[in-house]
Design a protein around this ligand. Structure first.
Ligand code: ADP
Length: 336
């Protein structure tokens, strides 16, 4: 009866037998990383469960669990712990309310930035349409202004699409309904999506496929992140240069690196480029159709998958961006 009720709840739940042995868990508990190999990963949670055992009183607390072995991504969870009268069992209910608050705060700041960014192309469109009206007897000027209107409209469309992408990435939790994703597959897809830009700029994009590696997460988000890194590598490099993608594994982490021979980024700018709408050179970013959101999307995708993104760069030599993600090991292959 209790188990049926728990299975219907929105929140995740664990029941511990004495010795803190989990005897029941809802499916979400596994992806939240609260337990590993049947052991409680949070010392705060373990201590609170013990307090409940001693006092026989309900306790409520906040716990923080890293999303993966690297990076800053965290699950901030509210846990309510109840003593059950039967067999010295303890019930832990887990809910992600702090995540709801965080998403709310991020969205509020984001809306303020967006309004500012949208003003530029909308203002340009309005001025250009006045210019078209003012030169209706001069076909050459009409064509010139209409062409610029077209490119401002495209910029606006791209910006809106990137805003949608970023807000999806910020709001979703790819580990909640995670699938096994092949790294070779996502790199191939991302390269395919950059083919036209690469050909236009005569840039040779190389990737040597090696043994299969899988991660757990959202396939489309991962393709988007790698696509953004390759597209930047192409856009911030001179023509006739190379962009190479490599994949290395160590300590349970897969490192996907995109290296270019481009303009590079000074050390002082390297911290800031992951901020929303930050561009080192707004004029160049505008020329390449950049929105200033690409790397911010990559950073969020990495953190939400329990990973991180790193940059190494030297001005006028080139840059390497690495997306590092925890490798997925199917449960039966885990060795003691
Ligand atoms: P954008 O849409 O402007 O490219 P991003 O968020 O993708 O926005 O990148 C932010 C800024 O970081 C870019 O405007 C550019 O100045 C810098 N940048 C990103 N990738 C590279 C790269 N591979 N080489 C040099 N500069 C880069």
């Amino acid at each position: 009866m209790l188990l049926e009720t728990l299975n219907q709840l929105e929140a995740d739940a664990i029941i511990f037998a004495p010795g803190e042995i989990p005897i029941f868990i809802t499916p979400g508990v596994e992806t939240l990383g609260i337990l590993r190999d049947g052991k409680i990963q949070s010392s705060e949670l373990l201590a609170t469960v013990r307090v409940v055992r001693r006092t026989n009183f309900r306790q409520v607390g906040e716990i923080t669990i890293p999303r993966g072995p690297i990076g800053d991504g965290k699950h901030e969870l509210t846990v309510t712990i109840f003593p059950l009268s039967k067999d010295d069992l303890v019930l832990v209910l887990v809910s992600d309310e702090s995540e709801v608050q965080r998403v709310h705060d991020v969205r509020r700041d984001f809306v303020a930035n967006i309004s500012h960014e949208l003003k530029t192309p909308i203002g340009a469109l309005s001025l250009l349409s006045e210019a078209v009206l003012g030169s209706k007897d001069d076909p050459e000027s009409v064509v010139k202004f209409a062409t610029r209107m077209q490119s401002e409209a495209k910029r606006l469309t791209d910006l809106v699409q990137e805003i949608i992408n970023l807000s999806r990435v910020q709001d979703s939790d790819p580990l909640e309904r995670a699938e096994e994703v092949s790294i070779d597959y996502i790199i191939r897809e991302a390269i395919d999506q950059c083919r036209i830009t690469a050909d236009n700029r005569k840039i040779d994009v190389t990737y040597l496929e090696t043994g299969e590696t899988k991660v757990l997460g959202d396939r489309d988000q991962l393709i988007m992140a790698i696509h953004n890194l390759i597209e930047n590598a192409i856009n911030y490099s001179p023509e006739n240069t190379k962009v190479s993608i490599t994949k290395t594994k160590s300590d349970g982490i897969i490192d996907i690196s995109v290296t270019d021979q481009g303009i590079g980024i000074s050390e002082s700018e390297q911290e800031r480029i992951f901020e929303r709408f930050y561009r080192v050179d707004p004029a160049r970013s505008r020329q390449t159709g950049g929105t200033g959101l690409g790397l911010s999307i990559v950073k969020h995708v990495a953190a939400k998958h329990g990973g991180e993104v790193k940059v190494w760069s030297v001005e006028n030599i080139g840059s390497t961006f690495s997306l590092r993600l925890p490798i997925y090991v199917p449960p039966m292959e885990i060795t003691e």
